[in-house]
Design a protein. Structure first.
Length: 185
């Protein structure tokens, strides 16, 4: 929805009210509204991030791949590793890298350990685009400037708990008992 066409009410809060009216106070209206709010915020953030990245001829997904390459020890990663770290299908990772290569932001080089595989290597042009996009995203406070630092930390913690419970990654910060098992859950 264009920013100048604002609804005169919160449609997610309204959906929660209707949910409760239909299925009662014991319904899952609050989790539904919370989950829907998370999805809407994700849409808003991706829209803003893509607009910022577009100033540098990138999409946010391609920017993320460049950041990942810049963070790697050698400035290069296999397609499989890129897909794994970006949590996308290998075909999507290959597509992202192909587009970055067409722009001169990465080079594809043969993987000597795997004749069918290739590495994506960030170029100086790609590094410059990534740095410029990063500066713009930081200036925009990653779309969360309306929240204070403590609120951002609290939100991250809450969302991390959801990700851990979903099995998104191994929770390496959970306290560990003497037998090596997590003391949580």
């Amino acid at each position: 929805m264009p920013k100048d066409l604002k609804l005169p009410f919160d449609p997610i809060a309204r959906a929660g009210e209707l949910w409760r009216a239909r299925w009662g106070e014991q319904s899952q209206a609050t989790p539904m509204a919370t989950a829907t709010s998370i999805m809407r915020v994700q849409q808003l953030l991706i829209s803003e991030f893509d607009a910022i990245a577009a100033r540098h001829e990138l999409t946010f997904a391609r920017y993320e791949a460049l950041v990942l390459l810049a963070f790697s020890r050698e400035g290069r990663l296999s397609m499989g590793r890129i897909g794994e770290r970006l949590m996308v299908h290998p075909t999507s990772a290959t597509n992202i890298v192909q587009r970055l290569a067409a722009q001169g932001f990465v080079e594809r080089v043969a993987n000597p350990a795997d004749r069918r595989g290739a590495f994506a290597v960030i170029t100086d042009t790609g590094r410059a685009a990534m740095e410029a996009t990063t500066a713009d995203l930081e200036a925009a406070q990653f779309g969360l400037g309306m929240l204070g630092g403590d609120e951002q930390k609290a939100l991250f913690s809450l969302l991390r708990d959801v990700r851990v419970a979903a099995g998104d990654f191994v929770d390496d910060t959970a306290p560990v008992a003497s037998d090596g098992r997590s003391t949580q859950g």
